[in-house]
Design a protein around this ligand. Sequence first.
Ligand SMILES: Nc1ncnc2c1ncn2[C@@H]1O[C@H](COP(=O)(O)OP(=O)(O)OP(=O)(O)O)[C@@H](O)[C@H]1O
Length: 333
Amino acid sequence: MAKQLDQNDVLLEVKNLKKHFISRHGLMGQHTTTVQAVDGVSFKILRGETLGLVGESGCGKSTTGRTIIRLYDVTSGEIIFDGVDISRIKQREMRQYRKKIQMIFQDPYASLNSRMTVGDIIGEPIDIHNIAKGEERQKIIWNLLERVGLNKEHANRYPHEFSGGQRQRIGIARALAVSPKFIICDEPISALDVSIQAQVVNMLQDLQNELGLTYLFIAHDLSMVKHISDRIGVMYLGKLVELANADELYDSPNHPYTQALLSAIPVPDPDATKQGQRIVLEGDVPSPINPPSGCHFRTRCRYAMDICKEVEPEFLEISPNHFSACHLNTIEK
Ligand SMILES: Nc1ncnc2c1ncn2[C@@H]1O[C@H](COP(=O)(O)OP(=O)(O)OP(=O)(O)O)[C@@H](O)[C@H]1O
């Protein structure tokens, strides 16, 4: 059943966001290399919505998420959260937003301190933000454990005593400890067994419904995000190339890159009529240090034309709420 979302209630708006990493080298640090990890990305997320973000490894998904939560400084562009531009506020001011915006990571083991008990891991943000002390703090921790399908006995154990799926639940409980509004889920299920992935996704959906959460859900393949996302954005080499409602993106992909990604998803039923030709993308993704001129995708695009080399395609609304950046949409047919 489609969610009822207020189209005017925007929780997050990212406008022309750029994050370039600059490294210095040479004896005196006189040479610089610039990695254009995120290079002009714009999107909105409505309150209560899940926006999926997909694309091959290295296209800038994690950097987008990490820049939104200001783990990285913004190179340029705006991040409007709940009406406030947080792109340039100082880290001290950012503290109050860290309560509202949380992030969960792909590898829960690496993000959980192995020397702390689960109770203390979940309690840490409660202490940092001065949310509760003593018995009240303990109760919050127990409630959070139950909310993510664990129980209060687990509070005294250590991360290594848990399975991957359980550790991800602990990471989610820790994120929920500060009652956030928005959670950036950075490939939270990619490292889990397929049988466990659905459980974690279902839990995230239940939590969203109960707590009114909004998600940015990052994944590298499209099959994973379809189930959880209301809308999906597709990234390629630092740019958003397509953005549409999840169903529409699957049924009528516009961008040649999205078409290729979709054609690579195995169809469970071999007789399924939707099984089209697999589009094989030639070559590797070019380096974000020196991306191709014009359309970044042109070097791997089977429709590449002269204009693609010279002009960067605009991210146009090709039908209501369906955006795509491809010259094929503007040339005369
Ligand atoms: N701290 C950093 N310093 C320099 N370059 C970086 C840094 N973090 C990421 N990059 C580069 O920026 C580009 C985008 O990386 P990013 O991790 O955002 O991609 P991704 O789409 O999330 O990939 P993955 O699915 O593998 O996590 C890559 O070329 C990466 O090597």
